[in-house]
Design a binder for this molecule. Sequence first.
Ligand code: UTP
Length: 238
Amino acid sequence: MIGLIPAAGLGTRLAELTKDTPKELLPVGGKPIIEHVLDQFKEAGVSKIFVILGAGKSAIMEHLGNGSKFGLEIGYLFQEEKNGLAKAIYTGKEFIQEDFAVVLGDNLLFPKPLLKDVVAEHANGSDVTLVGHEVDDPTRFGVIESIEGKVTGLEEKPAEPKTKNAIVGMYVFKPSIFDAIERTEPGAKGEYQITDSIKLMLNEGKSIRVVKHEGKWYDIGTKESYTAANTELEAKNG
Ligand code: UTP
């Protein structure tokens, strides 16, 4: 199993916080967000990881290096244009011939062995394994319909969501996802959504499953979510 960490985004919603520091290097609970992401891979026994960088993100490579200080082997891929998560993941096509796990570089997920459980579920033969988390306002997320862990419907940022089960920034894929990405059409803002690629596979009868997540999830996209993550982790550690 190989790991992939998309970190090519611009972090524009965090405004001055990301002027000098990429979002993924902002500290939460005493260490950069991306180091918490590395913990997920370590706990799951995934030691070979690619971090996907974009323009202005070289500080991440300077910080993580070749991964040896974390007991990992880290390599880097480059996404030329910020045109969506599907295109970020596609940068791994030439280098990945086996099942692989993706954790977004700005998603904090607890407990730390979560990825380990998701990888174990995926090993039962799914083509894609998702993680779902109940949220109050699902309109900002990819939304999952499922029956006993089998995904039956998916929608990206629906105006009228059918469930409250949001797609968390953690996935395990078979390499067949690359073929689905090639066939994915861009969304309204020209971004290629990975939810749309997974939906293509679902419509073709592939096995898409979801693991329910009941721990803590911080999607560090806005100042509010960044402040909330720091406040809660300080309270937990203090
Ligand atoms: P976001 O959707 O939060 O985008 O990406 P962003 O660019 O970081 O932030 P805003 O919207 O400008 O404020 C979620 C994660 O996916 C990565 C980002 O780096 C982030 O870790 N990502 C997103 C990519 O690697 N490539 C993309 O094209 C989009």
